[in-house]
Write a protein that binds this ligand. Sequence first.
Ligand SMILES: Cc1ncc(COP(=O)(O)O)c(C=O)c1O
Length: 396
Amino acid sequence: MQYNFSDRLKNLSGNAIREIFKLVNKPDMISFAGGLPATQCLPVQFINEFADQLLKGENACSLLQYGETEGYMPLRHAIIDYVKRVGINDIDINNVLIVSGGQQGIDLSFKAFINKGDYILVENPTYLAALHIAKMYQANVIGVDSPDDDGIDIDDLEYKIKKYNPKVFYIVSNFSNPTGKTLSLEKRKQIAYITAKYNVITVEDDPYRELRYSGEHLPSIKSFDKAGNVIYVSSFSKLISPSLRVGIAIADKNIIAKLTIGKQGTDVHTVTLSQAIAEKFLSGNYLFPHIEKSIPLYREKRDLMISSIKQYMPPYFKHTMPQGGLFIWGEFTNGASAVKNFNKAIENKVAYVCGCDFFADGKGENCIRLNFSNASSENIVRGIKKLAAVFNGDIK
Ligand SMILES: Cc1ncc(COP(=O)(O)O)c(C=O)c1O
């Protein structure tokens, strides 16, 4: 049968990381490719206890029934308090939507604003699933230059807003995936100001903020939003567990109402039992002690990967020094190709993601993204040595 797929999907290839998962799911492979939280940081005990309490409680049946699309009410209330940490005050329940992971927050935001052919600006490079979703809505995606350690070039942002008249600007504000970079305070203010001035919706994606290993927390872009044009998306995937699929979207109530309609047609509501578990982490004050316990482990892994890079990788490998998150970004300044060396690396049993998967315009062939959170300490050192052997040319 010749399938006549929709325009939206027929030219779209699979998300590169999902494809890499198939290759790296082998016992002797050292993978720096995914973005998985450390296995030791998954709170099995807490989730077991909370699920048990919830399912033995008097509301057990309602947790297993259909729920409201907007989300489980106790969690929505708890989120009003939770986002005060990022400087979002003065919101009420109508500004909060519970989504099935941050990914759905991005998807619903694009779904609500993007028509075929509309422009979306993104930091270049950016989260590859956001590029994938943008293409699904048949948007034109334009990259904004980001040469500095503190994120995008604000002049380039304004220039491209004027040139393309985009509907949406998407950015990861803390410890970006893929680069690990964090926007400075000044740039957050400028983004809020400029996007409001030109009527551009900003989707601020912030799943990594609480995973900070050094430096000071910064307020969100959303906290400087006076016009109501910023949608703040975050998630409990990296803080509790990705399989719960619980995230949040905070925005003007008229935007939330549209995102809710979009969500109705997608999954009706986020799994209520997962939402109730997330709520218990917040209301019982278990979340932050759990994060505090996880941070030393992540910090140690980051530091070990950085010191291994310094020790083993060639001198022309320039890399970021993220203050948090899960990723280090590196560039082969001699032009060595991450794409051409990928198969060699896989044969040598080490995996990474090629930089070009994160660029709106196919740049980044000489860049790689390395995840430090999921490999064991021993494998971080072994994996970097293997990678160094590939790029030093020792492996032909
Ligand atoms: C920047 C960014 N946004 C969103 C997500 C989606 O996460 P989830 O849907 O699990 O919350 C990820 C996951 O890796 C991410 O890195």
